[in-house]
Design a protein. Structure first.
Lengths: 113, 113
């Protein structure tokens, strides 16, 4: 069974601080997606990383896919209260098959003003 | 990207009853899935809704408890049957096409008393 270990599970920081969320597995994924979910809403896709070693930036968010496509990280610079939410990583286990989407347990981020 | 409408958004039901959740996509999609999410936690795949054939269930989920319909490429239903308090959760519909990332509805928050 493929698993995605996501850490930390909870993170409470002050506005302006930096943070990194990690997503690790012993398995290889064809791609990895990061979602953010706010209370009462469904997960919203932030980014998909496909190539080993790939780095993608979305404003203050930097996503990296490990060279071996087994792990990924999300780094947020100068966090703001609007970044508060549940961050989920999800790995695509099969090639060309979104049906094999495996989710990490999520990181609940709280950014205090 | 597909827009997914899910209803009801929330419901409170008595044990022993059944609830049917509807998922409508604004465009034709090849794949539709149903997930369960405990509040503040990650997503667990219940089943893949297959158009014109029986749904494919994940381990721990059975058709008698979670019957699913998918009459066409834009619509699916999930029924939670003979409910117990343990079924209290958020149920999410997602959809996608080909290798595109999944998009999610806003979920149905179910409370069973």
């Amino acid at each position: 069974t493929q698993l995605l270990e996501q850490s930390p599970q909870f993170l409470s920081i002050q506005e302006g601080e930096n943070l990194t969320v990690y997503c690790n597995s012993s398995s290889v994924f064809s791609s990895l997606q990061w979602y953010r979910q706010e209370p009462g809403e469904g997960p919203v896709l932030l980014v998909t990383v496909v190539t080993g070693g790939e780095v993608k930036k979305l404003k203050r968010l930097t996503f990296q896919f490990g060279d071996a496509r087994k792990d990924s990280s999300l780094h947020i610079t100068a966090a703001q209260p609007g970044d508060t939410g549940l961050y989920l990583c999800a790995g695509v286990a099969g090639w060309g098959s979104q049906g094999n989407l495996i989710f990490g347990k999520g990181t609940k981020l709280s950014v205090k003003p | 990207s597909a827009v997914i409408s899910q209803k009801p958004s929330r419901d409170i039901c008595q044990r022993g009853t059944s609830l049917t959740i509807q998922c409508q996509v604004d465009s034709q999609v090849t794949m539709m899935f149903w997930y369960r999410q405990q509040p503040g936690q990650s997503l667990t795949l219940i089943a893949t809704a297959n158009q014109g054939s029986e749904a494919t269930y994940e381990s721990g989920f059975v058709i008698d408890k979670f019957p699913i319909s998918r009459p066409n490429l834009t619509f699916s239903t999930l029924t939670v049957s003979n409910m117990s308090p343990e079924d209290s959760s958020i149920y999410l519909c997602s959809a996608g096409t080909g290798n595109s990332p999944l998009h999610f509805g806003n979920g149905t928050r179910l409370t069973v008393t």
